[in-house]
Write a protein of this length. Structure first.
Ligand code: 2AM
Ligand code: CA
Ligand code: CA
Ligand code: CA
Length: 260
């Protein structure tokens, strides 16, 4: 996997192989019928989510026996240790279940309460995005940076909403009326990658969990962008509240002021 990233960091490389292998298994099973359970009308979990998580978590625990793991599908262990991995084994499960080719794997490492590295694997696109705090953000071996657009009216903005609760249609209307367009991909981790690569100027979504956001947050910051909660507080505030605004920095407050 060394030839997939410029970043020569043993923690990153120790997690990368299992992410790529797990993604390959997800691609292979995309057109198969998979067993699904419903957490709610809008939230599905498939056997592929569970299998992917088991594979990734088992590998991380072998490779990094002193680290903890916080992962979406319950198999959380020792997540209060100094170093903990934050794992979403399949981000965009509704897309995956429908065969809609937009989903990802998101893996981050937090050390002493600071997000140190992030891996987001665009599985259908077979592109791996990485970031390490202080060392930059990359698509494969190419550095990525956020967009230089400073006007919200010339911005493309990503969002997502929990279909089980009423999405804020007022906010959505305000964003539609003041931007060039809105995109809803169904994978929050990939939405953050779209900000980090400059394909979109910003992204907002409420009700997210740490595993949706942690890896993408490192990559957005290292690409020159900004990520906060709805109130504008950075650090881990967005991760803790689950309400996120990410941007190229230039349109951040203009976007944030329209999000309620
Ligand atoms: P998931 O696919 O891992 O569940 C969809 O808008 C994005 O929001 C996805 O990243 C999805 O992650 C995430 N999400 C978080 N909570 C959700 C919920 N209750 N229902 C649907 N998607 C949710
Ligand atoms: Ca889920
Ligand atoms: Ca997710
Ligand atoms: Ca998931």
């Amino acid at each position: 996997s060394h030839d997939r990233t410029l970043l020569d960091d043993e923690r990153l490389l120790g997690a990368l192989d299992v992410v790529l292998e797990t993604g390959a298994l997800q691609r292979e099973s995309l057109d198969e019928d998979v067993v699904v359970e419903y957490k709610s009308r809008g939230e599905l979990v498939t056997e592929v989510d569970s299998r992917s998580q088991e594979r990734i978590v088992a590998h991380l625990r072998r490779e990094f026996p002193t680290h903890g793991v916080l992962a979406e599908e319950g198999a959380t262990a020792d997540d209060r240790r100094r170093c903990r991995w934050i794992v979403d084994p399949l981000d965009g499960t509704t897309n995956y279940y429908h065969g809609f080719p937009t989903f990802s794997i998101s893996v981050a490492l937090e050390v002493d309460g600071t997000l140190e590295l992030g891996i987001v694997y665009d599985v259908p696109g077979d592109d791996v995005y990485t970031g390490i705090r202080g060392s930059g953000a990359f698509r494969e071996r190419t550095p990525i940076t956020v967009s230089e657009e400073s006007a919200l009216e010339r911005s493309l903005v990503g969002t997502g909403f929990d279909v089980d609760t009423t999405p804020s249609v007022e906010t959505l209307a305000a964003i539609v009326e003041t931007t060039q367009g809105v995109r809803r991909t169904g994978s929050a981790a990939l939405d953050l990658i779209h900000v980090a690569t400059g394909r979109t100027e910003g992204f907002y979504q409420g009700g997210l969990s740490p595993w949706d956001v942690a890896a993408g947050a490192v990559i957005v910051r290292e690409a020159g962008g900004r990520i906060t909660d709805y109130g504008g507080t950075g650090g881990l505030a967005g991760l803790e509240s689950g309400d996120i605004v990410a941007s190229n920095g230039l349109v951040h407050d203009a976007l944030r002021n329209r999000v309620r």
